[in-house]
Design a protein. Structure first.
Length: 353
């Protein structure tokens, strides 16, 4: 077993970080030249409102230091912002010549309210442009999961992202084409209508999470046992890392086709909100989503025109079965329940369809 000193040394080698201060005007010049990537695909959309943005500039003017901005230096020597997107966009919105955001809601420097940055006295503008921000520059390495861990740790201390938003970073770094494809598949109507998530849950990327659960569910349902995980988030993160390292794009493209065919069948048979068809009062479809795994393994046996009523009855039997009810109860941990339901549903639909 490694000693604590050996563990520290081995893990410190995974990260190469440089620290330095940069005046805001220099940072903005980098943004204007295109050397700053403000919207890497794994980052969230800009969310701060005008009052929050105004408060940031007000804080700079009264001397409150900004938190460090963390960036990855990619292979093109450009900087991908991994923590500090909101702050950077705020600076651009006020300081850019093209954007004329108006201050509002400033309760300390009230004379700012109603003005744009270029309407402020030159001395005031200079205070902002000459203020310094700390840059934490992280060079990319071959250890992608190590990069993910850093992204996760930074998120826990900075601008809070949802679990799938953090996981997007790992997926994007492991396989960009897979990342791009699942973003596209999330938009197909048969999938969106079948899972019928509310808009606030879609903003948290829960639709993407269900899609990942589909691919992992198919993968894990064939295994006799899986590793023990403390949470569903931990299971999804660790298993998608294994999955994307194991399979090439040729295999993944076949899985994408199966996904599309599965949800075409599900929507045709059960319609909108398909995973509440038998249990319409449930808040979460975490358990009933297992039906998608079962259906995905019997696609070649289903003739929609002839078999619709038969499949509906098989689905009803699945959800009424003693084993489904047993696995679904609180005696199972969420991770064990997810694995056991997917495995059971595969066996059930393969046997009865």
């Amino acid at each position: 077993m490694e000693s604590i000193d050996e563990q520290i040394k081995n893990n410190r080698r995974k990260f190469r970080v440089d620290h330095f201060d940069m005046v805001i005007s220099e940072y903005m010049a980098r943004a204007n030249s295109g050397d700053l990537i403000l919207n890497p695909p794994y980052q969230r959309l800009f969310r701060w409102n005008s009052k929050t943005q105004s408060a940031l500039i007000e804080s700079i003017l009264i001397g409150i230091p900004l938190p460090p901005i963390f960036v990855f230096q990619n292979n093109d020597a450009k900087w991908e912002i991994i923590d500090g997107v909101q702050r950077t966009n705020t600076l651009i919105n006020f300081l850019s010549e093209d954007l004329k955001m108006t201050f509002e809601g400033c309760d300390i420097l009230t004379e700012l309210n109603g003005k744009t940055f270029d309407q402020l006295p030159e001395k005031t503008r200079r205070y902002v442009n000459n203020s310094r921000i700390r840059i934490e520059l992280i060079e990319e390495t071959d250890d992608i999961f190590g990069q993910y861990l850093m992204f996760n740790r930074l998120n826990s201390n900075g601008e809070k992202l949802e679990p799938q938003e953090i996981r997007n970073f790992l997926i994007y770094k492991l396989n960009k084409s897979f990342y791009d494809k699942i973003q596209d598949l999330c938009q197909i109507d048969v999938f969106r209508d079948s899972i019928s998530l509310k808009e606030d849950r879609i903003k948290k990327q829960e639709d993407v999470e269900y899609m990942i659960k589909f691919f992992l569910g198919r993968e894990l349902s064939s295994k006799d046992k899986v590793e023990k995980y403390s949470t569903i988030d931990d299971l999804i993160t660790k298993e998608i890392d294994i999955y994307l390292k194991k399979y090439d794009n040729h295999y993944l493209n076949k899985e994408f086709t199966i996904f599309e065919k599965t949800f075409e069948i599900i929507y045709k048979i059960w319609g909108k909100n398909a995973f509440r068809y038998y249990q319409n009062k449930i808040n979460s479809i975490a358990n009933t989503f297992s039906m998608a795994i079962g259906i995905s393994f019997v696609l070649d046996r289903i003739n929609f025109d002839k078999d619709k009523e038969k499949i509906i009855k098989i689905g009803e039997r699945y959800f009424e079965s003693d084993k489904y009810k047993s696995i679904s109860n609180r005696g199972y941990s969420p991770t064990k329940r997810m694995y056991e339901l997917n495995k059971y549903c595969r066996e059930f639909f393969t046997k009865y369809v």
